[in-house]
Design a protein around this ligand. Structure first.
Ligand SMILES: [Zn+2]
Length: 387
């Protein structure tokens, strides 16, 4: 006779919601299989056990219940013992039902034990840690600086295009900043007015200036990479650079550059344009256009200055782009054959492109910030906006 009442069925379904991995559909079928000769006995156990998850509130109570059902003199233990009295036809069906019942009980008891244990610990901690005589300390949740937000995003974009990140020293030999980059001693970038030289370093004959300086660009990392590794190369080198400059809304003697370098067979200007277009669209939106204007850099040939369509007005002209519709953003070009040769790479076999972007400029544009000093002041009233 079927002893399942609508109440037990309802309890089972509630328990199923709380522990779907314990009260499974398969077990439900076994529980409610009224053909089993021990069905009636199991039903009386189920009636008590299924609502465990909501009715039992203490570990002591749970243990009492466990002993009364699974203990030596427990109800289910007695049923299992009685199996030997069943006929050969009855036994498999009954055995299966009883085993499923035992597994289910053990699991639900273990799950409830863990929950009650956790609750007890939490309650204990809550009562023990409150010392009302101490002033409270609210935890401060930190967040990334806007520079880090944009840098991480740029790194992510380049990693997606197969680049890796390379780093190098801030204090550098002139060879890595100027000489290997085809920058002649007469070039204005080398001027003592523009560069922080290390006073005590040995003086170089060909320039009459110290041979050690704070790097003025992260191209030094490109040279180091080309010296140490063989093509194909695909790197970006983000990092601080230093130039003598008066501090104002758009200038600072210490800023952050992200340079990129690709050297491989058959690298062309089209690869450079494609790479930079991808970057700009990802940062400023799909509709962003780029414009390449011829320019001169000692280390690239041909060289270009790269503008993007104004992110404020979309190219119509506004105060941000000074009515131009375009914003000058970075320099780029094909790596000069002399630079490749200087690093031991054969320019007849390999070609490459390079570019350099100021991270600050990307950040100012992205968030429409009009003063670069805000990025260095560490004024929390400003920085909290980026939480
Ligand atoms: Zn504009």
């Amino acid at each position: 006779m079927n002893k399942i009442t609508p109440e037990i069925l309802k309890e089972f379904e509630r328990a199923q919601k709380a522990y779907p991995h314990i009260f499974t559909e398969q077990r439900k079928a076994a529980f409610f299989n009224s053909n089993s000769p021990i069905h009636a006995n199991l039903c009386s156990i189920y009636k008590r056990v299924i609502p465990y998850w909501s009715t039992i509130k203490t570990l002591v109570e749970l243990e009492q219940q466990r002993v009364s059902i699974l203990g030596k003199k427990g109800e289910l233990t007695a049923i299992l013992r009685g199996m030997s009295e069943l006929s050969d036809e009855e036994r498999p069906n009954a055995g299966e039902g009883a085993n499923i019942a035992r597994e289910t009980l053990q699991e639900v008891i273990a799950a409830r034990q863990e929950e009650l244990g956790r609750e007890a610990l939490a309650a204990k901690l809550a009562t023990e840690t409150i010392d009302v005589t101490l002033p409270g300390v609210a935890p401060v949740q930190g967040h990334k600086h806007p520079m880090s937000i944009v840098l991480d995003e740029v790194i992510d974009i380049f990693l997606g295009m197969g680049f890796s990140v390379a780093e190098g020293p801030h204090v550098e030999l002139t060879r890595y900043v100027f000489d290997a980059l085809n920058t002649l001693p007469s070039h204005p970038a080398r001027d003592i007015q523009d560069t922080f030289y290390i006073k005590d370093a040995p003086i170089e004959e060909h320039t009459g200036l110290p041979s050690v300086l704070l790097r003025t660009q992260t191209s030094s990392v490109q040279i180091r990479t080309m010296e140490e590794q063989s093509p194909p190369l695909r790197i970006i080198s983000p990092g601080r650079v230093f130039r003598r400059d008066e501090v104002d809304a758009t200038h600072t003697p210490n800023f952050t550059q992200i340079e990129g370098l690709v050297v491989d067979k058959d690298v062309t200007m089209a690869d450079l344009i494609g790479t930079l277009n991808t970057l700009m669209k990802r940062i400023y939106g799909e509709e962003t256009k780029t414009r390449f204007r011829p320019h001169y850099f000692p280390y690239t040939e041909p060289s270009a200055e790269v503008d993007i369509s104004c992110y404020m007005c979309g190219g119509k002209g506004c105060s941000i782009c000074k009515q131009e519709g375009w914003i000058e953003l970075l320099g780029a070009g094909m790596v000069h054959p002399k630079v490749l040769r200087e690093c031991g790479i054969d320019p007849d076999i390999y070609s490459g492109f390079a570019f350099g972007i100021g991270l600050e400029r990307l950040v100012l544009g992205r968030y429409q910030i009009d003063d670069i000093r805000l990025l260095f002041d560490n004024d929390m009233r400003f920085l909290r906006q980026f939480a």
